[in-house]
Write a protein that binds this ligand. Structure first.
Ligand code: NI
Ligand code: MN
Length: 224
């Protein structure tokens, strides 16, 4: 499968079978993204929580053949806007045609840009084409990440490093030491002045735990 980074916490996955999945598609107002919403289509959009920098352009991109996967309360909000949704909840998993999706804890808030309650913020663990990807969403560090690592091996750990709203580099490196992925990939940094960091410092910080980290440039795609 192919993983493409758009900057911030926005990613695209294209599976071996050609299913297109977007995660947190914050593009049009994302100063880092070289790709804008009009250039993308999706079979599925996974939204970790309702903050504008994660819900992003979901409503613009979702077409009649798109299913949005998110927690129940946010799904209700998107249903009312005419989108097709698949509601889930923290700790639940479901086998979709492209692979398995599990929602997990994120220590964070969730409210829509227009001020509506949107349930709990979530992380997401994807099992696709015999590989696993854990996108934490926005979160502070929490000890139950050790439980997540115990539930299933994680190949790719997409983790926020920008601090202020989420984990910073040191916290994210400690989390990576618990998850022990094949690769840790930093996200949620340098989009705004409050979250400016040098991502190479994350590579050094994880190396001290013998975990490899890879910094993706916005627009860069890698084969998993
Ligand atoms: Ni947030
Ligand atoms: Mn955020």
């Amino acid at each position: 499968m192919k993983l493409r980074f758009f900057g911030h916490s926005a990613f695209e996955i294209v599976t071996q079978a050609g299913t297109r999945i977007l995660i947190d598609p914050f593009l049009d107002d994302n100063p880092l993204s070289p790709v804008k919403s009009a250039e993308l289509t999706a079979d599925y959009i996974i939204v970790t929580h309702a903050h504008g920098d994660h819900l992003g352009d979901t409503v613009k991109i979702a077409g009649k053949n798109t299913t949005v996967i998110c927690v129940f309360e946010l799904a209700n909000y998107l249903d009312a806007k005419g989108l097709n949704t698949h509601p889930m909840q923290i700790g639940g998993a479901f086998d979709f045609d492209f692979g398995r999706v599990r929602l997990c804890t994120a220590e964070h808030g969730s409210q829509t840009p227009d001020g509506e309650y949107a349930g709990l913020a979530a992380g997401v663990i994807l099992s696709i084409d015999n590989q696993s990807i854990y996108h934490t969403g926005d979160t502070g560090i929490f000890g139950d990440m050790k439980l997540i690592a115990e539930l299933q091996p994680i190949d790719y750990f997409l983790v926020p490093i920008g601090g202020n709203y989420t984990m910073d580099i040191q916290d994210a490196a400690l989390a990576a030491s618990w998850i022990r992925p094949k690769w840790a990939i930093p996200m949620h940094y340098n989009t705004f002045p409050l979250i400016e960091v040098n991502p190479q410092d994350f590579v050094s910080a994880t190396a001290r735990y013998s975990v490899r980290a890879r910094v993706l440039e916005p627009g860069e795609a890698i084969e998993l």
